[in-house]
Structures are given as C-alpha cells and as structure tokens.
Design a binder for this molecule. Structure first.
Ligand code: GCU
Length: 327
C-alpha cells in the first residue's frame, strides 16, 4: 500500500514539474571548454558561477564545464566558440594573442612584481580597450586571470642557461613563448598542453614549463620529476564568451552575469594561491623534487631583447607603458 502511495506521489511530482511550464527544460546550457582537470581552481570557479547564475536567473542558464580538453585543445576551443558551437572557454593568453598580437604584452617577462600586482593590473581597467578588440572576432574577452608563475621541469635540475643548453622544452603556441625559452638557453618546442606528458615520456621533449597546479594535476611529475624555480613568466588565462550568446542576455541577466563573473575571478585567484601550496606538497609526496637553491635572475639576461622585439607596434608600446605605470 505504502509503495503504491509513494509511486503515485512520485508521478504527481513529475507531473507537477512538467506542468510548471517545463521550467527545467527551458534552461539554456552553455558549454564551456577547459583543458585541465575539474579540480583546477579555474574549473571550480566556473562551476560555482554556473550554480549561482542558475539560481539567480531562476533556472534560465547553466554553464557546463567540460574539462580535460573534452571539447578540443585551447586553439580548437576558441575556434568552436567563434563559430558558436560552444559558448564559453578558458584559454591561455597565447591563444588570444593569435587573434590580436597586442595580447602578447600581457605575457612579457618582468611585467608583474607578483601575483597580487598582476591582479591589481587586471582589475584596474587598463585592459578594457584591449579586451574590446576581440568583438570583431565574434567573442568578448571577459577577464584575464592569474595562472601561476611558470617554472621549468625536467628529469634533471635546471639552475643556469648552461644546464638548459640543447634541452627541448615545450612552450605554449606563440612566438613570444618561443623567444623567451630560447633566450633562457633552451630549444623551445611549441605544442598544445594535452600532448606534453606523452612527448616527455617518449623523449620528444626534455621537459616543459608551467605552474605547480598544472604540474601536479596533469601528473607531469611522473615523467619530469625535477621542478626548478626559474620563475621566468606569469602568463594569464583569458575567459571568453561567444558574442551572440552574451548579447542575447536580457539587461537584467547581463547584470547578474557580470556581477557573478567578478566574484568568480576573486574566488579563482584565492583558490589558485591555495592550490599552489597543496599541489607542491602532493607532487613532492609522489616523488617530485623542487629546486630553489639558485638565483633565477641568471635566466633574465637576454629578456630585454625579447621585450624590444615584441613591442614592435605603437599600440603594443602604449599598452606596455600604461601597464608599467601601475605600481
Ligand atoms: C597553464 C594555463 C593553461 C595553459 C597551460 C599551458 O596551465 O593555466 O591555460 O594551457 O598553462 O601551458 O598550455
């Protein structure tokens, strides 16, 4: 008897849901592409955004975070987003640099004193003009976000340019990244993130460079167990959204989205800094060694040339000077 009652109640509830105007089925699901694990602070931040946006819009929108390059690598994701196949993505700055070379300025060595200084710059409004340029490529640049400090990892310690001589080190796909790593003494090999583990394993690469979180999450310590604190770059990640999708929001929903996006960025930042420490400890527990007994500035001596080479247009120089003025 009880079972029958329960069954009827379930049926009634299901009917009520459908009768409620089918609100659930009206949810617009935005696909977001991400190239690392769902545990990553950025993925966690976007999951939070999805929940809050869903609640605040009464179930009108949800963001589906697709981790681990499920929707393609970062380059492919940005193309899908421009074509409207997916709606949002988090991509490395070098990927957006391919659309507008001025983005390269954000990845120049020595631009930021530390993570907090980088955040201050990103929140100052100094990048608004730069961000607005991507509208003509059918996407809005919503934010530049902290993505750690980059260091070299390999099978052996790297304390000087001499140690790096002849070593094939993977970089993100941009001329600036190639120039920086070559200037440090290595042989830069541009490649997408998802191929790095196997390439090191098979000896196609001698190592790569990244932050502690990515190093741990992508298990790169298994194939390159020595992480040397070269601290050579801080490259942001960029949150992007398809233009038509953002434009289709009502003014009210747009205001909610913008407010929540600001909070997401703060959360990602705080969570990232926490995860750096945790990732380092976790990688060390799995056998990784972290080398920090050398002067990392030995790698900087050729950076001035790279900066001059990159600042090859008035617009790049203008942006660089504007950023440099924020102290
Ligand atoms: C960082 C960054 C990613 C990027 C990666 C890379 O982890 O957060 O967006 O893909 O570096 O080196 O490709």
């Amino acid at each position: 008897m009880k079972k029958v009652l329960l069954g009827s109640l379930v049926l009634l509830f299901a009917f009520a849901l459908v009768a409620c105007g089918g609100k659930k089925s009206k949810t617009q699901v935005w696909k977001l592409a991400f190239n690392q694990s769902i545990e990553h602070p950025q993925a966690q931040g976007l999951l939070w955004l999805s929940d809050e946006f869903y609640k605040a819009t009464d179930g009108a929108y949800r963001i589906e975070v697709n981790p681990n390059e499920l929707l393609g690598n970062q380059q492919e994701s940005l193309e899908s987003l421009q074509n409207g196949v997916i709606q949002m993505a988090i991509v490395g700055n070098p990927i957006v640099e391919a659309v507008n070379p001025d983005f390269a300025v954000l990845a120049l060595p020595g631009l930021y004193g530390n993570a907090e200084h980088q955040e201050e710059i990103y929140k100052s409004g100094v990048l608004n003009e730069l961000f607005a340029t991507t509208v003509k490529n059918n996407f809005y640049t919503l934010a530049a976000i902290h993505s750690g400090v980059r260091n070299i990892f390999a099978k052996k310690p790297v304390r000087s340019p001499a140690d790096l001589k002849g070593m094939k080190i993977r970089v993100q796909q941009s001329q600036l990244m190639i120039d920086v790593i070559n200037a440090m003494g290595a042989v830069a090999v541009p490649m997408s993130q998802g191929e790095v583990y196997t390439a090191i394993q098979q000896g196609v690469l001698d190592g790569a460079e990244n932050n502690e979180v990515t190093y741990y999450q992508l298990k790169h310590y298994e194939v390159a167990p020595v992480f040397s604190y070269t601290r050579h770059l801080m490259i942001p990640d960029i949150i992007v959204i398809n233009k038509d999708v953002y434009d289709s929001l009502s003014p009210e929903h747009k205001a909610i989205f913008d407010r929540l996006m600001k909070e997401t960025i703060d959360r990602v930042f705080a969570n990232f800094l926490e995860q750096v420490t945790q990732s380092k400890e976790a990688a060390a527990a799995k056998g990784a060694t972290f080398i920090d007994d050398f002067d990392s500035s030995v790698f900087n001596k050729n950076f001035a040339g790279v900066i001059t080479k990159t600042l090859n247009t008035p617009s790049k120089k203008k942006l660089y000077n504007a950023i440099k003025a924020i102290r």
